[in-house]
Design a binder for this molecule. Structure first.
Ligand code: KIV
Length: 263
């Protein structure tokens, strides 16, 4: 059965974890979807992973459309979530125009980064039939405001604000929330505070789903590996085996382990 927003919500209600992996092309989309991943994220991380930039900021709408179309061609049953790139959703009207292009390219939902300032945009998209994932915590498109790729929400006021943002975004119509690099107890509390499914990366084991960048879980990303990443090629003898090991570890709750989480 293909994954839908409704089946992700059913997973949350049943307490079943689901797995998300980034993919940017048709071949890997075929491999990860055949392995049983529920959601493929066409992440703007492609700016760093494929293009070699030091941030996601240079990624354009045209590039996201190109990669979303390729992912759609290789996909078999996974829900395709496409990132809206930097400055493509600065106003609700601009967001609507650009989100429609990604949906026409093959996305089933779009992801945007930010807090409750996005509520008007979320309502506008949601009311017009475009499902939205709101990305909270470390929002890489704001790296220049944040001063680096750092854990977010460690101060109690920031943690409470993040939970309030997620509640407001769900009320505005967000179907999914994604949390990046936040302390695991905050991620667990936030996940319990809303009925929308929550996907985590560097957010501990308490979220409903987990996401990793494909190249990270295959251990081929050059340079320093973030704490929240596990190389699933270790102990696997094929790419398919590593992807299946990741999915199994997410579903069984073995990943992320304490060494992959922040406090
Ligand atoms: O672009 C991306 O791959 C992402 C993940 C890191 C969550 O947003």
């Amino acid at each position: 059965m293909p994954t839908t927003i409704q089946s992700l919500k059913a997973c949350k209600e049943a307490g079943e974890k689901f797995a998300v992996i980034t993919s940017y092309d048709a071949t890997f989309s075929h491999v990860v979807a055949s392995a049983g991943v529920e959601v493929i994220l066409v992440g703007d991380s492609l700016g760093m992973v494929l293009q070699g930039h030091d941030s996601t900021l240079p990624v354009t709408m045209e590039q996201m459309i190109y990669h979303t179309e390729a992912v759609k061609r290789g996909n078999q049953g996974a829900l395709i979530m496409a990132d809206m790139p930097f400055m493509s959703y600065a106003t609700p009207e601009q967001a609507l125009e650009n989100a429609a292009l990604l949906m026409q390219a093959g996305a089933h939902l779009i992801k945007i980064e930010g807090g409750d300032w996005l509520c008007e945009t979320i309502s506008m998209l949601s009311e017009r039939g475009i499902p939205v994932c709101a990305h909270l915590g470390l929002t890489p498109q704001s790296v220049n405001k944040l001063g680096g790729y750092k854990v977010q929400g460690r101060e109690s006021a920031d943690a409470e604000a993040m939970i309030a943002h997620a509640i407001a975004q769900e009320q505005a119509g967000a179907d999914v929330i994604l949390l990046e690099c936040v302390p695991s107890d905050l991620a667990g509390r936030l996940t319990q505070s809303i009925s929308a499914p929550v996907i985590g990366i560097g957010a501990g084991p308490g979220t409903d789903g987990q996401v990793l960048v494909l190249h990270d879980l295959l251990g081929i990303t050059p340079g320093r590996r973030p704490k929240f990443v596990k190389n699933f090629m270790e102990g696997s003898d094929s790419v398919e085996g590593a992807i299946k090991a990741y999915i199994e570890a997410v579903k069984s709750g073995q990943f992320p382990a304490p060494e992959h989480t922040f406090s």
